[in-house]
Design a protein around this ligand. Structure first.
Ligand code: NDP
Ligand code: 8X3
Length: 253
């Protein structure tokens, strides 16, 4: 039987690219997201292009009861999850702390921290029982450094950094690997979401240099998953060539 990978936030960007890459590696896929139509399209593409068996599950990771209802009651054939990619997440806004939008803050905290926790809490007991699994958390360079106006987004990704380290300790006796992947600038829908659908502002983020793509991060995830059994990459910080650190770009405009 093919191994099963669960990828949250598979309707665009890094999650969509990772779904394609893991399908190409021969995984059967549970893919999730809130946008039902996109999720169905993604499932069809994975079935048609990669002959993958796919279970699309449409829910909001912020809603604990939805997470538990979908992931806590998986069909029998889908319960033995080998790989969990905790990818669903977002930035909302880019404002100083004194004028940030509290609704933006709550969306980020509820998705990037609490959503990741709800999913992990539901899936990890099965991995522990089977003494087998690999959890990939998508952190960020924003989880290693802070940058002007990044405040709450950076705090949520610092939480992912801490949780990745903590999970690795908790999972250690059961042989479950935990890898955190921390990208710099990846051109996805990330900036469009951050800037509340302001396409010009989103496009400006990636002008003057070659950003990473979702496929680049998917390749890093595939690398972490295909190393020999005794190796675990704990942490990968992955930058475009033109980015040295958070906010430090060499742009040729
Ligand atoms: P996208 O906006 O392209 O993708 C985000 C994905 O997350 C979508 O599939 C979206 O699906 C899903 N998602 C968001 N909120 C929820 C929710 N409440 N419930 C379920 N799914 C949700 O951005 P990226 O691909 O860039 O982002 C993926 C991850 O990578 C995020 O954790 C982000 O913080 C991280 N990251 C991104 C970087 C970048 O520069 N792009 C750099 C470093 C890290 P839907 O809307 O259908 O629910
Ligand atoms: C996304 C990268 O630097 O825009 O996590 O925060 S950054």
């Amino acid at each position: 039987m093919k191994p099963i990978a669960l990828i949250t936030g598979a309707t665009s960007g890094i999650g969509a690219a990772t779904s394609r890459r893991l399908a190409s590696l021969g995984y059967n896929l549970i893919i999730t997201g809130r946008r039902a139509e996109r999720l169905q399209q993604m499932a069809e593409e994975l079935r048609n292009e990669y002959a993958a068996t796919v279970l699309p599950l449409c829910f909001d990771v912020r809603k604990r009861e939805e997470v538990e209802a979908h992931l806590g009651n998986l069909p029998e054939d889908w319960q033995q999850i080998a790989v969990l990619v905790n990818n669903a997440g977002l930035a909302a806004g880019l404002d100083p702390i004194q004028s940030g939008d509290i609704e933006d803050w709550e969306r980020m905290i509820d998705t990037n921290i609490k959503g990741l926790l709800y999913v992990t809490r539901t899936i990890s007991p099965g991995m522990i029982a089977r003494k087998n699994g690999h959890i990939i958390n998508i952190g960020s360079i924003a989880g290693k450094e802070v940058y002007p106006n990044g405040n709450v987004y950076c705090a949520t990704k610092h939480a992912v950094d801490a949780l990745s380290k903590a999970m690795r300790i908790d999972m250690l006796p059961y042989g479950i690997k935990v890898t955190q992947v921390c990208p710099g600038a990846v051109e996805t829908e990330f900036s469009l979401v951050r800037f509340h659908n302001d396409q010009d502002r989103a496009d400006a983020v990636y002008k003057g240099f070659t950003p990473l793509t979702g496929n680049d991060i998917a390749e890093c995830i595939a690398t972490a998953l295909t190393l020999p059994e005794n190796i675990c990459i704990n942490d990968m910080v992955v930058m475009p060539r033109a980015q040295a650190s958070s906010g430090n770009f060499y742009k040729q405009l």
